[in-house]
Ligand binder design. Sequence first.
Ligand SMILES: [Zn+2]
Length: 113
Amino acid sequence: MMKQSNIKEIARQRITILFEQAKKLAKNNPKLATQYIRSARRIAMAANIRFPLEFRRETCRKCNSLFVHGVNCRVRVKQKREPHVVVTCLNCGEQTRYMLKKKGAKKLAQDNN
Ligand SMILES: [Zn+2]
């Protein structure tokens, strides 16, 4: 019988591997990349761990698309009140917002110019 912590560790590793594969596929085979993201989410749920933040920011929670900047998502940095980022999935229209520290917001804005 495996310890619960081991199961979670294995789950995290598998999620990371799926993401790496999905990133490689994203441009040429977005459908397969989406399947990988869906699998990664299922693994996270089964292992009862949170989907890692950096992955949540790079995927659409609605259609599981892996975001490729300038291809299937639109990123806007808003400076009103707290700086935050709005990512729009161009596949299904879902919008994801998240807060950013000022440094990170600037970097993202530059990346998308
Ligand atoms: Zn979407």
